[in-house]
Structures are given as C-alpha cells and as structure tokens.
Ligand binder design. Structure first.
Ligand code: SAM
Ligand code: SF4
Ligand code: F3S
Length: 439
C-alpha cells in the first residue's frame, strides 16, 4: 500500500493523560491540513505518544520501534516521531538509540508538531523539548473517537516529587486549566451526547483556577451543573490532599460516580515517608473511614508498589494487612523499577532483590484477586444501574458497561443500545466482571 504523506497515525502508550494528549495532537495536526489515517499501513507519519513511568514501559517502545523500522525500510519517506514522557525524559539520546526516529516532541511542545513534521520531511532530525509552565492547550478541543465517554484534563504536570516517580521530570510544573475552559468543554460534550466524563490530573485535589482560585470541589460542582445527567469521574486523588470538602461534593452531587481512586503505594508508614508521599497510614485510614461513612457503598481502588528501596518483609506484610483492612475494589499493582534522575534512584540503593520484588508483587496480586472476587460475589443478587458502553467482546447479543462504582457488567442486550442507563440484576461473577440480565 502507498503511504500518504498528509496522513498520520498516533500510537498511544501510558496513562489517560496521554490518551487525552493524543486527541490534542490529532486536532493540532488536522488544523494544519493533515488527516488521520484509516490504518497504520496508509500513514505517511507515525507518531508514538510514550510513557516513561516504569522500565518496562520504555522497553515496549523499543520493541514497537523495531516493527516501525521494517516499515521505514520499505518506505524511506515515512516520518516517525516520538512524543510524550520518554521524549522529554531521554531527550536527543533517543536519536542515537533509535536511528528510525525523525523528530521528538515533549509534552509542552505539541503545538510545534506540524512544523517538526515539515522540517523532518526536508531531511532534518529535529526536537522540541522545552518545558512551558503556562501551556494547557487552552482552546484546542481533543479529536475524540469515542462519543459516549470522554477524558477532560483539568491540570498538567505535578509538583509532588514522590521519590520513585518520573512524572515531575517529564511533565514539568503543575498548572491548572482555567475554570471557564473546563466548563465550556464539559458543556459541549454533554450537548454532543457524551454520557460520562472523567476529569484528569496527576493530583486533581490541588486544582486551583488561575483566575479565581476556585478549588477542585468547586470545579466538580460546577461541572455537574454544566452537564446535568452526565456521569462524572475524576482521577487521580492524592491522599495527602483529599479534603472533607471533596467528600462533601461527592456526597451531594448524584452525578458524581461512587468511586474513588486513592493510590496508597504501601501499607507501611515508614515506606510512605521514604517515598515522600506526605502522609502516613493512620491518616489514610482516617480518610477512608470518613468517605465510607459519608458515601456508603463507595468503591475505593488504589495503586501499590512492591519492593521499593529498603522495603523489609515486615513492611510488605503491612501492605497485605492494609489490603485486608480496606478491601480495595481493585488495584494497579507494580514492582518498583528505579527511574534515573528521581530522588530514589539518586539517593537510595535499589536493595530488594528481583526475586523478592516479584514474589511480593505476586502475593499482592493474589490477595487483590481474592478480595475483588469476594466483593463481586457479594454483588450477585443485587440490582445495579449500568451505563452501557459497547457491545461485549464475546457477542453482539450482549452489551458491556460499568456501574457508578466502576464495576464492569456484561448483560444480554435485549433492545438496549450503548449510551443507555440500564438496570441489571446481577446473576454471576468472575474475579474481574459481573454478569446479569436486564430488569
Ligand atoms: N499521580 C498519581 C498518584 O500520585 O498516585 C500516580 C501517577 S503514576 C503515573 C501511576 C502509578 O505508577 C503510581 O501510583 C505508582 O504506583 C506507579 N509508579 C510510579 N513510578 C513507579 C516506579 N518507579 N516503579 C513502579 N511503579 C511506579
Ligand atoms: Fe508521581 Fe507523586 Fe506526582 Fe503522582 S503525585 S505523578 S506519584 S510525583
Ligand atoms: Fe506515563 Fe507520562 Fe502518564 S510517564 S503514566 S505517560 S504522565
């Protein structure tokens, strides 16, 4: 197939923020006359939007670029760009590691991508990797493929400096999007038929409108007013900044989903201090108690890291104990991988053996699977409200959707369509999904 030099294909790795950014890049390229390709084989421009958060994320890019190298051998005019967190983190060294790359763009430099493509087409290898602490891409609406559920970033960057984390080095200083522009985007999405919006930021609880100083709970309430009837989710909440007023906003607004993602990382206060998380386990448990008291039935999920520098067996057991006490609905679980430049990589020996890291992670995963399975079994026999998102992967006769508590439910569709809110009687469960029939 012939490649069209005006058509682009973006391959997105990493978090929801990167998915939203890929939509912004697509809009910026379309504003300059480029078009999305229908397949990777047709594209004259291939762009990887990348994640640097763990070592294996970086390895995945290497594998993917091997595959792109094959394309470029057949079509030397193909332009290959690398955007996002790895570009910012590894900078021009990437040109040495991956000769297939033509250009690099950091997370604050997406307005320059069209000119980078033009320069690269002229035969230069080019990069733009400057931080811009004012860039929020205000006024650029993401090009979206999924009409029913949307991500809306409300802030960029992070000021927290957790010892293990590369994000402050890849995304720069924290900045909040103007209140008015978030509300405009949310209103347009609601009018356009969107049924669920997830507000995004690395630490949404430190949102602060640059003009009025309004905080995140105020933003949440305003978002609910702008898009009535649209489900609202948000991520990520840092436990140290989770305030009683956020709990009040969640308890008083019926459109805010009954789910809170509250990453704890470890069950040991000693580890949390080494990680520079800014809170201990007692205050975490206190927040969980408050939120469960105010919003009974809320689902709480978390992130956990196994084998951070200096973690002893006793620290690890405290993580397992915390999991048994809180009974998280679900968790993203990782073993620690040092990221060069972070406080931990600079000052703390990576002294937990690979074998122990993997074993501890497996124990964490096994326990979480047991807890998630038990919680889902307890849901059998109840009636839940599900927002139908799409046909299920197995059969067009079934729909897949989520509860407000973010549980995945598969059910026989009857006459329902994606976008409908459906009442479903839960009749079965696995460790990750519920199944049922409409009532
Ligand atoms: N801003 C969010 C917060 O504060 O919880 C987290 C964002 S980070 C992109 C997502 C998750 O990746 C973290 O919560 C942590 O569990 C994990 N993570 C980050 N750095 C890591 C590392 N060096 N090794 C293993 N996991 C890591
Ligand atoms: Fe990374 Fe911590 Fe910022 Fe989350 S809050 S992005 S873990 S530095
Ligand atoms: Fe990865 Fe960057 Fe997101 S490092 S997790 S893509 S902010």
């Amino acid at each position: 197939m012939k490649r069209d030099r005006r058509k682009f294909h973006i391959h997105t790795f990493g978090c929801q923020m990167n998915q939203a950014d890929s939509g912004i890049i697509a809009t910026l390229l379309q504003n300059e006359g480029y078009e999305p390709a229908t397949s990777e084989d047709e594209a004259g421009i291939i762009l990887l939007n990348t994640c640097a958060v763990r070592e294996n994320a970086v390895e995945r890019i290497g594998h993917y670029l091997q595959h792109v190298k094959g394309f470029k051998r057949k079509h030397p005019e193909l332009i290959v760009g690398l955007a996002g967190c790895i570009a910012q983190y590894r900078r021009e060294a990437l040109f040495g590691d991956f000769p297939v790359l033509d250009f690099l763009a950091g997370p604050d430099n997406y307005r320059d991508i069209a000119s980078l493509v033009a320069e690269a087409s002229g035969g230069c290898r080019v990069s733009r990797l400057d931080f811009d602490a004012t860039e929020t891409y205000e006024g650029i609406l993401q090009s979206r493929v999924e009409p029913l559920t949307s991500f809306v970033p409300v802030m960029r960057g992070c000021n927290n400096m957790c010892a293990f984390c590369v994000v402050p080095f890849t995304r720069g200083r924290e900045r909040s999007h103007p209140f008015g522009s978030v509300l405009r985007e949310v209103r347009e999405l609601g009018l356009g038929g969107c049924r669920e919006i997830t507000l995004l930021g690395q630490n949404v609880n430190s949102y602060c409108d640059p003009q009025s100083g309004a905080d995140f709970p105020q933003l949440l309430e305003a978002v609910c007013r702008e898009a009535p009837g649209v489900r609202i989710r948000f991520t990520t909440s840092h436990p140290k900044d989770m305030s009683p007023s956020l709990v009040d906003a969640m308890a008083s607004q019926p459109d805010i989903c009954q789910h809170l993602h509250l990453p704890v990382q470890s069950g040991s206060s000693r580890m949390l201090e080494r990680m520079n998380r800014g809170h201990g386990i007692l205050s975490y448990l206190e927040k969980i108690r408050l939120i469960r008291q105010r919003i009974p039935g809320i689902a709480i999920s978390t992130d956990l890291i196994a084998g951070f520098c200096g973690e002893s067996e006793s620290d690890h057991r405290q993580t397992l104990e915390l999991m048994r006490e809180v009974r998280f609905d679900s968790a993203f679980m990782f073993h620690y991988s040092p990221r060069p430049g972070t406080l931990a990589a600079r000052t703390m020996p990576d002294d937990v053996s690979e074998e122990d890291k993997k074993r501890r992670l497996q124990e964490i995963i096994d326990l979480q699977n047991t807890i998630s399975g038990e919680l889902l079994r307890e849901a059998v026999g109840t009636v839940v409200e599900v927002l139908a998102e799409s046909e299920s992967r197995r059969s067009a006769a079934q729909l897949m959707g989520r509860t407000s508590t973010n549980r995945v439910v598969v059910f026989d569709r009857g006459s329902f369509q994606p976008g409908d809110l459906v009442r479903v009687l839960i009749t079965g469960s696995t460790s990750a999904t519920l199944s049922g029939k409409t009532v």
